[in-house]
Design a protein around this ligand. Structure first.
Ligand code: ZN
Length: 278
């Protein structure tokens, strides 16, 4: 099926990318909002090609109706402050993208950042689960994917019930933790974005979201995935929308998710998180 509308809650832009062509690709698939995540210094050139706050801001200004920026606050040794959160809001960022923390996300030192985001009505998207390595760049660094485990969002969501919390990649490999929070915490959401060409990831998603053997796949009590998609927003990560849509449909078909619930996934869940009323 073709979605009525499409919102992409998790994507990136890169140095050297033909961004206008990428924007045309999004629009050709009915994308009305594309949430572009600004990344930490850790991922910016020369280590990698991801854009940070300044780079994303340029494209927010170029495509103000379509591009929604989530700004980055550093959680590494040179940590950002609550005033950095306010400055990002003043510059037009609608939420925060957080990743690569020196300590677990639920460490006391980060709580003032979340408090400010809650006050300002800024949803926060966290990288959760395993993160790819940068090779030699990781040597001697104190970073570990363990600090980004899905369950670290539990304390944050409890402490700040007015904060919209979005974990990414279903917290893989800790999908059970992600799904527990998704079900139990009204303000927690998870995206299932990843490289659309990675068939292994898609297979793992199917396994993580499928019911027990012998279940009635059309009964929400036996197939909780029918409920999960009330809270999972569509996101592509670095893949194009055109590459992700068939993968999403394959997954939704496999899980017996009905057409109406798919609209939640494709745009309504993100619309609720940001309070847009699209
Ligand atoms: Zn990403």
């Amino acid at each position: 099926m073709r979605p009525d509308k499409l919102v992409n809650i998790h994507t990136h832009l890169h140095a050297g990318m033909d961004v206008p062509a990428r924007v045309r690709e999004w629009e050709s698939h009915g994308c009305v909002k594309s949430v572009v995540l600004a990344d930490s210094r850790y991922w910016q050139p020369p280590r990698s090609t991801y854009l940070g706050n300044e780079g994303v801001l340029k494209w927010m200004r170029e495509f103000p109706d379509l591009v929604v920026g989530m700004g980055n606050v550093e959680l590494g040794p040179e940590m950002g402050s609550p005033d950095d959160v306010s400055r990002l809001r003043d510059r037009g960022f609608r939420g925060l993208k957080l990743e690569m923390p020196a300590r677990p996300y639920d460490d006391d030192r980060y709580m003032p950042l979340y408090e400010r985001a809650e006050q300002l009505g800024m949803p926060v998207l966290f990288h959760t689960g395993w993160v790819i390595r940068l090779g030699e760049e990781d040597r001697g660094g104190g970073r570990s994917s363990e600090a980004m485990r899905a369950f670290t969002l539990d304390r944050i969501a409890r402490n700040f019930p007015g904060l919209q919390v979005i974990g990414s990649h279903l917290g893989m490999p800790h999908a059970e933790e992600a799904l527990t929070l998704l079900d139990g915490m009204p303000n927690v959401h998870f995206d299932i974005s990843w490289d659309a060409a990675d068939r292994t990831f898609i297979s793992r998603l199917k396994r993580a979201l499928a019911p027990f053997p012998g279940a009635d796949w059309d009964d929400p009590d036996q197939n909780p995935a029918l409920r999960y998609f009330e809270k999972i927003p569509f996101g592509t990560d670095d893949s194009s929308v055109g590459d992700w849509l068939p993968v999403a449909e394959e997954l939704l078909d496999y899980l017996h998710v009905p057409a109406e619930r798919r609209q939640d996934f494709y745009w309504r869940n993100a619309d609720r998180i940001f309070g847009w009323n699209l």
